[in-house]
Design a protein around this ligand. Structure first.
Ligand SMILES: [Zn+2]
Ligand SMILES: [Zn+2]
Length: 184
């Protein structure tokens, strides 16, 4: 689970150390915190698009948190009858955060809505119920890459910080994107 190997770049750079817990507002009972490690934070695109409609002015991190907790109700740990939301708490300050969008809508194509919801900045304190690490509280991450998959094919966009340009990678094709981020 928690990999502490000094030679493991994946865990050093990407791992989010989290715990989840449910706390009942009505009777005060709380479940035992369940620690786990996450490399990719998955969010349903259907839930995300619903949140975009409901909370128009919310920032990207808060939208993602709302989308990943909506509908995920648990029974009160002392069974008082209350249904409660799960709380996810981040304990470290990951250098890189990967958000995985789950394309779970069969009826409609949400691609454009999802792209519109993307924010170039991500606050870790918005993404989780609580953040305990001081660095993580202040950390604002910048969108630097997107990996896209469709029709059994991968392509990627990455941001080249030195030249402040987006670059598109598709097999042997590598081109500079001469458009603003919003347009991508
Ligand atoms: Zn590892
Ligand atoms: Zn309760």
């Amino acid at each position: 689970d928690a990999c502490t190997s000094k030679s493991c770049i994946t865990h050093q750079k990407f791992a989010m150390a989290l715990y989840e817990q449910s706390v009942c507002r009505s009777c005060g009972a709380s479940s035992d915190p369940l620690p786990f490690t996450e490399l990719v934070h998955y969010v349903s695109t259907t839930a995300l698009c619903q949140q975009v409609l409901e909370k128009r002015d919310e920032r990207f991190g808060e939208l993602l948190q709302a989308a990943s907790t909506v509908g995920d109700l648990r029974n009160c740990p002392s069974n008082c009858g209350q249904r409660i939301k799960i709380r996810r708490v981040l304990m470290n300050s990951p250098e890189i955060v990967t958000i995985g969008f789950v394309w779970d809508s069969e009826q409609s194509d949400l691609t454009e809505d999802v792209i519109r919801s993307l924010g170039p900045h991500l606050n870790l304190s918005g993404l989780f119920y609580r953040v305990t690490d001081e660095r993580a509280k202040k950390s604002e991450l910048l969108l630097v890459g997107m990996i896209c998959y469709s029709s059994r094919h991968y392509c990627a966009f990455t941001y080249h910080t030195k030249s402040s340009k987006w670059v598109f990678f598709d097999d042997a094709t590598v081109k500079e994107v001469r458009l603003d981020f919003r347009v991508i």
